[in-house]
Ligand binder design. Structure first.
Ligand SMILES: [Zn+2]
Length: 96
């Protein structure tokens, strides 16, 4: 049997209690792409080479994390309630 610990309070989640899973995804917003006549005139090859040059010296994991990150957290019943209340009040991220 697996043992789980609450990611918020650190307490062991007893197997007879409910364990709650919270999934968080953090990713760049996707806006509707509007292509203009000016966009079609630009030198895309040069821009792409410039972008690749800029990315060459950067950490690939950091670059990936800027695009997408996901987290799966286990919560005990008390912390689930606390997180739920803060979400309902729109305050979950106020003090991060
Ligand atoms: Zn907890």
């Amino acid at each position: 049997m697996f043992e789980y610990f609450c990611d918020r309070c650190g307490r062991w989640i007893h197997h007879q209690h409910n364990r709650y899973t919270m999934k968080i995804e953090l990713f760049a917003s996707k806006e509707t792409l509007e292509i203009t006549e000016e966009d079609l005139q630009r030198d895309h090859k040069r821009e792409m080479e410039q972008l690749l040059d800029e990315m060459a010296d950067q950490d690939p994991r950091k670059l990936m994390a800027e695009v997408y990150a996901s987290y799966t957290l286990d919560l005990c019943p008390a912390c689930r309630e606390a997180v739920y209340q803060r979400l309902e009040q729109g305050e979950l991220l106020r003090h991060v």
